[in-house]
Design a protein around this ligand. Structure first.
Ligand SMILES: Cc1cn([C@H]2C[C@H](O)[C@@H](COP(=O)(O)OP(=O)(O)O[C@H]3O[C@@H](C)C(=O)[C@@H](O)[C@H]3O)O2)c(=O)[nH]c1=O
Length: 183
């Protein structure tokens, strides 16, 4: 596994080097030791999966507030998505900046989104499946979100949006008083 820094502190991309033979391949998807610079000693407490059918569909941008702020590893198991992390951490040198990378099932690369960053993605290939490893349990009462088209973020989505949940369409925009969330 190769761990790559991104412009956002604490956001990392992990590259996987699958072992191939005549039967197919074998790949290590998570290794606390090899990914320690990103993952540190956080636990993995939930593993989730999603399927998103339509090219151009967007999910996000989601995070959880403390005391259940979560880090998550996001990987595409089928298809390809444009995956984005948004820095909402109060006092961060990259506050309100975003970083995106393509997560491609053929590359098996993953993105680590730390506590205090929102996450979302847009589908590039139909029927894309994502696998999430979470460091905190899903806690609906502490869910937070920012809107995919917030002008204060100006995220450069690669495709027109073709599908989005009613909830994600309705998140409020950030206002000038927003100072970030404690991570
Ligand atoms: C996220 C989540 C949802 N659910 C339920 C709630 C709801 O009935 C259904 C679908 O939930 P959502 O619409 O929130 O699913 P979705 O929009 O796919 O939510 C996900 O979006 C991406 C961008 C992320 O980063 C994830 O952490 C997660 O927030 O599944 C769980 O039971 N556990 C979970 O961890």
């Amino acid at each position: 596994m190769n761990l790559l820094e991104t412009p956002l502190p604490g956001v990392f991309e992990a590259e996987v080097v699958p072992m191939r033979d005549q039967r197919g391949q074998f790949a290590r998807l998570f290794c606390q030791h090899e990914l320690a610079a990103a993952h540190r000693d956080r636990p993995i407490v939930q593993i989730n999966h999603s399927l998103t059918r339509t090219v151009g569909a967007i999910r996000g941008l989601h995070f959880q507030h403390p005391p259940q702020a979560e880090g998550k590893w996001v990987r595409c198991l089928r298809g390809k998505v444009w995956d984005v992390a948004v820095d909402l951490r109060r006092g961060s040198p990259t506050f309100l900046r975003w970083h995106a990378t393509e997560l491609d099932a053929e590359r098996m690369n993953a993105l680590f989104i730390p506590e205090g960053c929102a996450h979302g993605f847009q589908v590039i290939k139909p029927d894309s499946e994502l696998l999430y490893l979470h460091t905190a349990p899903y806690t609906p009462a502490l869910e937070g979100a920012v809107r995919w088209d917030d002008p204060g973020l100006a995220i450069d989505w690669p495709l027109p949006v073709t599908d989005i949940s009613t909830r994600d369409r309705g998140h409020p925009l950030l206002d000038d008083a927003f100072e970030g969330i404690a991570a």
